[in-house]
Design a protein around this ligand. Structure first.
Ligand SMILES: [Zn+2]
Length: 135
């Protein structure tokens, strides 16, 4: 599929000649690409933000009791992505829970089934988190 542009994407000047041209000259092209590259970080942040929001929504939905165990594939089907979290907390046993705002998760394997233990943020965890940072 070929896309046709009638105006320069950079300066919006009417384009003449080849109908598949996007810019009037190389300078407009580089200006446009520079502008686009500056927009990219924002898109990245939006993507991360959306992932975090979805993770939080899913955990909120499944963690009604404060601490529950859910099969990993159930959360994955919902769109849960464990690579996106806001902070972590290590308990006394050395288990590291990853948190998305006030909801935490820990991946566990029981009888060859991957599960997530979901917990909620508690005020006492704040102190434990400080300990991790300072050590
Ligand atoms: Zn132009």
């Amino acid at each position: 599929m070929m896309r046709f542009y009638k105006k320069c994407l950079c300066c919006e000047k009417e384009l003449v000649g080849r109908t598949d041209k996007k810019f009037c000259d190389p300078q407009c092209k580089s200006t446009y690409q520079y502008r686009k590259s500056k927009e990219k970080p924002e898109r990245f942040y939006n993507k991360v933000d959306n992932k975090l929001k979805l993770n939080r929504k899913i955990m909120k939905e499944y963690n009604k009791g404060g601490k529950v165990t859910v099969r990993a594939n159930i959360l994955t089907q919902e769109g849960f992505d464990p690579n996106f979290f806001t902070h972590y907390w290590k308990n006394k046993n050395g288990d590291v829970y990853f948190f998305v705002y006030e909801f935490g998760f820990l991946k566990k394997e029981e009888h060859n089934i991957e599960k997530y233990i979901l917990i909620k943020w508690q005020p006492y965890m704040e102190k434990a988190m400080t300990n991790i940072k300072s050590s």
